[in-house]
Design a protein around this ligand. Sequence first.
Ligand SMILES: Cc1cc2nc3c(=O)[nH]c(=O)nc-3n(C[C@H](O)[C@H](O)[C@H](O)COP(=O)(O)OP(=O)(O)OC[C@H]3O[C@@H](n4cnc5c(N)ncnc54)[C@H](O)[C@@H]3O)c2cc1C
Length: 324
Amino acid sequence: MNDTVLVIAEQRNNQLNPHSLEVIAAGQQLAAQQGLSLVAALPGATLDAGAASLAETRLDDLLLVQHDLLEPYTADAYCAALGQLMAELNPKFVLIPHTYQARDFAPKLAASLDRSLISDCVGIKPGESGPVFVRQLFQGKVNADVVALGEPPYFVSLQAGCWPAESVESGSATPRSMDVSLDASQIRARAEAPERGAAQAVDLSSAEIIVSVGNGIEKEENIEIARQLAAAIGGELGASRPVIDEGWLPLERQIGSSGQTVAPKLYLALGISGSSQHLVGMKGAKTIVAVNKDANAPIFKHADYGIVGDVMEVMPALIKALQG
Ligand SMILES: Cc1cc2nc3c(=O)[nH]c(=O)nc-3n(C[C@H](O)[C@H](O)[C@H](O)COP(=O)(O)OP(=O)(O)OC[C@H]3O[C@@H](n4cnc5c(N)ncnc54)[C@H](O)[C@@H]3O)c2cc1C
């Protein structure tokens, strides 16, 4: 016992949250480092499609924690079901994607076993007495190394974009159902239909290309050109906080410490200075292209490609080139 790394994967409406695959990649790395086996568990009611995605990864076991009362999601039902999984599996490490849902149930699950949660980690490295978990402090200005003390299981949630999903080793796991007993009386919350902030609410964390606008866009009318650029390049529109505060784009488009954390293949930063609060949300992008009229803007230190220029000249030129 205590010889397992357990990944708690996440799905909604039978679709695997792609962040789960990043956590599988981290789990594969941790299990190899510590000589442990790797088990993934997928909680929910309808799981076949999510399970099929997980089954293509290299795992020692794949458990479907299936019960009708796990849909719609509630922290009470998840903790009751996953508590039974913990008792059966007795894992050493429990890795969880740091999603909104996990932020809701993971601290409760850890506390129910009298354990703490090392949350929102951006790295795992080998240490003398076990793995060292890296967390960011002060809006990403400082990294803290955290070592788990006391008895396992050690609960750890991982930030999106820190382990590339493409680095997951593939395999062929056979899903296995695990019976859990749940009673409706255990569930104290009643979930309402998910609320969408806007008709076209978007999950930027799974976007492959993001065209992101900052204060340098100068006025609301100019957003339309960025929208055309996003359409031309096949990307989603994102923004820094001032653009959201002005009400030029909805909150769901905000990227950064108080917005979404994203990890696209391509991130176009248009008129964004590169504050630590913005960087913390997009530094996981594979390729960063920055356009800024100030050659000394901090964003250029993080960009793979930089254009010193006026966004209002560069955007139309890019659209023309893409459409040409
Ligand atoms: C608690 C807290 C949480 C926060 N959370 C977030 C967050 O989640 N996300 C976030 O983004 N910010 C966040 N912020 C705000 C953050 O500190 C910065 O103020 C913000 O990121 C700056 O946005 P910006 O780069 O668009 O604007 P600015 O800093 O004003 O930069 C605008 C840039 O555009 C350039 N520019 C101007 N005109 C042009 C032009 N015509 N062509 C090209 N370039 C031009 C300028 O040279 C400048 O570099 C937070 C702040 C706090 C205190």
